[in-house]
Write a protein that binds this ligand. Sequence first.
Ligand code: SAM
Length: 228
Amino acid sequence: MQQDHIEGKIIDGRLGQFHRDVHALTYDPDRLERAYDKHAENYDEFLLDLAGDGTSGCSHYTTLFFSRHVPKHKGLRILDAGVGTGIGGVELINLGYNPLSIIGVDLSSKMLAQAEKRGIYEALHHACFPETNEILQPDEFDAVLCAGGFSHAAMPDSAMPEFVRVTRPGGFVVFSVRKSVYDKSDSAITAMIKRLEENRSWKIVAQECGDYLPADGVQAVYFACQVL
Ligand SMILES: C[S@@+](CC[C@H](N)C(=O)[O-])C[C@H]1O[C@@H](n2cnc3c(N)ncnc32)[C@H](O)[C@@H]1O
């Protein structure tokens, strides 16, 4: 069934259709997989249009924020959670994380196929957070990047403890949350961010609101959390 348009001022044409396909009111990973599979070939182009400022929008702003908080150690091992077409990896290389040891995970095989073409990921896994226990080892990563994942009925809040599990103590989990999702009074994502700080799983070292998809009028709250 066609979903109503949920957020953003671009509601017509191919971008409007992209919105309606990927955004929903209730979480359903099968629906999400079908939506991203459908748009994988045009995703990069859509992102450029939604950003409208010559950047890749959410990928650009989240990786830029990441680079301000995660030191560029040699041999740094990064998990790109909800890797999509792999724009995050390209952005990290451009920001000086080179050579890069980066693993990508996504629930859409067609998005992963686009990421594979870039030839910069050490491994790409077709899996759905938080069900990544058999693929990812405890304390395996120095940092987790999740750019654009926490949106309307998208990456679930239960992905966050999984990010903590796979990050070594002292490592970082860096992610964006759509501002409208963060601001909702009953937001499970916002509650989980707080709970993980209260139970000393992580310490929030930076939190900032800023541009996300400027042409579409969408902002995000960016978080850098250090795993304790
Ligand atoms: C908005 S896109 C962002 C892609 C990429 N990080 C970027 O910056 O361009 C969100 C991605 O997260 C993936 N995703 C959403 N929920 C997921 C989950 N529970 N597990 C794995 N991937 C997920 C989607 O398939 C999609 O490729």
